[in-house]
Design a protein around this ligand. Structure first.
Ligand code: FMN
Length: 319
């Protein structure tokens, strides 16, 4: 078997590895190059997903923004970023030096703003270098009084449609779903109706912590998003539900990128067996920048030992 058992297809995009960076955890510039073994880390990746980009620069939330919890991490960064113009001028060229497909994670506060942001990204991408957009529907919709887009299937469909209309045809539209919903299949179906090429799940789970010393909330923003090992069973469940319930996910027309608490190759393989075509890693990477290399090597070893490709293993738990 000379073929690469880890080759992964996300619609029109063929990746040499199923591993992606989870948005917001690996920067939006060439931060990885400063790490020891940077080239090896980049070789273990299939694509790079940027930190969330918004139309205007954002300062983010007040400190404290990140705290550790048992088995997880609670963050309220508040989408701090330099805005789309600076991203396109200064940051994207550095990301392209990674020689990986670049997926840009986008956030906005209204449907109109999502459309304007996509239009701006597309028109500034004169070299057609952006491989895909990851639409973060976990952000609050200011026009609708701050309710999160992702919890309303009608809004999800409208956002995806608006982005799809402005994006270049060959840009993948990946919809990043929020787990803060009663039934993940509803926003997933709505995203597909809106024109999603792929789904990624999950974003962080809403959470809070109290500092009993100060008798105040531990995060400056009071509430934050929980990530890390604590959320893996939730992410896995949601991937499995979408794979099981949505024919387009099952037959690969709308592949799923599994996210949430992956820290070792066994975790990544669980996501694949639940139905994910690719896996993104965030929190684990803060603890160990070589996690991608370890996971890629572990998956490759498993595939060789079992004479199977990841594509063949996808969703096998449902048989
Ligand atoms: C510090 C931090 C920043 C994040 N920023 C973003 C973001 O800008 N956009 C987004 O869609 N998700 C963001 N996320 C969510 C992650 O991409 C991922 O969905 C989540 O952390 C679960 O994966 P993990 O358990 O591997 O970290 C962020 C997560 C963390 C921890």
């Amino acid at each position: 078997m000379d073929m690469n058992p880890l080759e992964t297809r996300l619609k029109t995009l063929t990746l040499r590895s199923p591993l992606l960076t989870a948005s917001g955890t690996s920067g939006s510039s060439d931060e990885i190059l400063a790490l020891r073994g940077a080239r090896g880390i980049l070789r273990a990746l299939g694509a790079f997903v940027s930190k969330g980009v918004t139309i205007e620069p954002r300062k983010g939330n007040p400190e404290v923004r990140v705290i550790e919890t048992r088995g997880g991490l609670l963050n309220s960064i508040g989408l701090q970023n330099n805005g789309v113009r600076t991203f396109m001028r200064d940051e994207l060229p550095k990301l392209l030096a990674y020689r990986l497909p670049v997926i840009v994670n986008i956030s906005a506060a209204s449907i109109e703003e999502f459309a304007a942001l996509t239009e701006r990204l597309t028109s500034l991408d004169t070299d057609r270098s952006i491989a895909g957009l990851e639409i973060n529907v976990s952000c609050p919709n200011i026009a609708a009084g701050g309710a999160v887009f992702g919890s309303n299937p009608v809004m999800v469909r409208k956002v995806v449609r608006a982005v799809r209309k402005q994006a270049r045809r060959d840009m993948l539209a990946i919809v990043k779903l929020s787990p803060n919903v009663a039934n993940i299949v509803e926003p997933a179906r709505a995203a597909i109706e809106g024109g999603a090429d792929a789904l990624s799940m999950i974003n962080t789970l809403r959470g809070a912590a109290i500092d009993i010393g100060t008798r105040r909330f531990a995060l400056g923003n009071r509430i934050g998003g929980l990530s890390g090992p604590a959320i893996k069973p939730v992410g896995l469940y949601m991937v499995a539900e979408c794979f099981r319930s949505i024919p387009a996910c099952r037959d690969g027309r709308v592949p799923i990128i599994g996210i949430g608490g992956v820290a070792c190759w066994e975790d990544a393989l669980e996501y694949v067996m639940a139905g994910a075509a690719a896996v993104a890693i965030g929190t684990a990477w803060f603890a160990d920048p070589h996690v991608f290399v370890r996971i890629r090597d572990g998956l490759r070893r498993y595939c060789r030992e079992h004479s199977a490709s990841l594509a063949e293993l996808r969703g096998c738990a449902h048989a």
